[in-house]
Design a protein around this ligand. Structure first.
Ligand code: AMP
Length: 300
């Protein structure tokens, strides 16, 4: 693929229906010819992600290039189909848009919303932990995005810092719906990284939308303390700590009682007793600290 320099200033965050609109109007299939390819944005397990610009609209996107043979080897084609089916139908400011996809003989291409400020994971590594305003703003925007997903009967099941990107204005974007499912019943599949899994998934029991609520509690803890709550050297110890709900709050950094109260109300073993998303949004710690614009600037 020939690469060219695409200025970041040509991103139009307010106009993000352009690519999809053009696609629908013309009723055509995308091909690689429709895009100028820019710098690599990152490397994933099954391929790379590039900055790209749709030639006609000049709209800047992230183009994820996946190699078919790698997808086949790892037997994740069905997962990719599900990801495309689910993510392309979701429209929320805190969910990364999937505008469309196309393929050629060897590769599958996903046309994704470009998140100019990159991965939350790296931002958390850089800052070690976030202050309460920043943490609450992120948790509130994730709670709103998950409320939207759950209303559409979609469970994400893999909410963790690596799957969160930061948009143009500093807003969080949930990405990677590879483990998500449409649910009309309770599920049993085991998936995701152990640290973020709720007791019912660790124990391979039935689970539902409450698994995403659990991960908000884990994330809230990690945002404030810089490490996930049940971290341990050995997998088996993390497992044990999760099923026992072995939740400890270190003395430093100093975290408010209100934040700890919210975490305690979310990280509850009985999934039916976890604080519902709407109640998370009404919790005093969120109400006091959330910046309702959902935007968190780099200067904080
Ligand atoms: P993934 O294959 O989804 O893990 O993507 C690999 C890396 O590419 C990620 O860790 C990000 O750094 C980057 N990346 C993926 N998607 C985007 C996007 N939509 N906007 C900006 N960077 C992205």
């Amino acid at each position: 693929m020939a690469m060219m320099s695409i200025p970041e200033s040509s991103v139009h965050p307010e106009n993000n229906d352009q690519v999809e609109g053009d696609d629908k109007k013309a009723g055509k299939r995308w091909t690689l010819e429709d895009f100028d390819i820019g710098k690599p944005l990152g490397r994933g397990k099954f391929g790379n992600v590039y900055l790209a610009r749709e030639k006609r609209s000049k709209y800047v996107v992230a183009l994820k290039v996946l190699f078919k043979n790698q997808l086949q080897q790892s037997q994740v084609e069905h997962q990719l189909r599900r990801e495309i089916e689910i993510q392309s139908h979701l429209r929320h400011p805190n969910i990364l848009r999937l505008y469309g996809y196309f393929y050629d003989q060897n590769r599958v291409y996903l046309i994704l919303e470009y998140a100019p400020r990159g991965e939350l994971y790296k931002e958390l590594q850089r800052c070690k932990c976030f202050n309460e305003k920043r943490a609450a703003t992120y948790i509130a925007s994730l709670a709103r995005a998950l409320l939207y997903c759950h209303e559409k009967h979609v469970i994400h099941r893999d909410i963790k810092p690596e799957n969160l990107l930061i948009g143009f204005k500093g807003e969080l974007k949930i990405a990677d719906f590879g483990w998500s499912v449409h649910t009309f019943s309770r599920r049993r599949t085991m998936c995701g990284t152990l640290d973020y899994l709720p007791p019912e998934m660790v124990e391979n029991k039935e689970h539902d939308t409450a698994v995403d609520i659990w991960s908000l509690g884990v994330l809230c803890y990690e945002f404030l303390y810089g490490i996930p709550p049940f971290e341990a050297k050995k997998h088996s110890d993390t497992y044990r700590r999760i099923i026992k709900i072995d939740l400890k709050f270190p003395p430093t950094p100093v975290v408010s009682d209100a934040a700890k109260d919210l975490i305690r109300q979310i990280l509850v073993k009985d999934s039916t007793q976890r604080l519902p998303l709407q109640k998370i949004l009404e919790h005093p710690w969120i109400v006091q600290n959330d910046d309702p614009t959902g935007v968190y600037g780099q200067n904080h």
